[in-house]
Design a protein around this ligand. Sequence first.
Ligand code: TMP
Ligand code: ASP
Length: 240
Amino acid sequence: MDKRQELYRGKAKTVYATDDPQRLVMHYRDDVSAFDGVKLAKLDLKGETNNKINAFVMGKLAAAGVPTHFVRVLNERESLVKAMKMVPVECVVRNVCAGSMAKRYGIEEGRKLGEPIFEFFLKSDALHDPLCNDDHIRVLGWASQHEIDEMRALTHQVNAVLKPLFAAAGIDLVDYKLEFGHPTDDPTGPLVLGDEFTPDGCRLWDATTGEKLDKDRFRRDLGDVIGHYRQVAQRIGVPL
Ligand code: TMP
Ligand code: ASP
């Protein structure tokens, strides 16, 4: 496998072409961003820590029957993935009220939800990822009703796998964001989980102390961001 030209530079990862048009290299940089790219920093060891956490979680999800784009780890900060055409929406499941949901409805952070709540957001930094519903997605042509149903079902399925995985390590999975797409070699087949699952895109609280172990440490200037990411890795059994 040959790494070729840079295709896309996101806020924390860079995507490269390979000699195989169906495969891409995902390179995890040490960059961290929050508030739609307004707050930026570089954190030592972030790239390799997230590459390893993502590989571990994607492996657990695949083993549980969730289709993912992940192929294999290439080196400390790179993984090989399937090339995908992504649906431009973000799928969030919440087990505990926090973040934008707490703000939007004036509910205190930390209120446990009687059942998981699913939300869609349009993926657009310029528009600050506005909340949207099935009708917006279908009528505006971002995805079909079938794809909407698949994204909702897969995002809940991920909860059924990861909530107990984190709970076994004494960590509450408060919420998380997923993105889906179609592999370019199967554009009309089922949706596949893309992007990443790392502490950048979820909230993880210590089940006993409530300590935040995720990107809120950066957003809210709580300090030692990567020390806490690595604590998560070590507690769930990711080899670092
Ligand atoms: P929110 O409370 O800001 O809506 O975020 C909910 C969860 O989704 C939280 O774990 C962070 C994650 N998320 C991202 O990773 N990127 C995003 O652009 C958004 C909107 C949420
Ligand atoms: N993922 C977005 C950003 O990096 C939003 C956030 O995490 O606060 O800007």
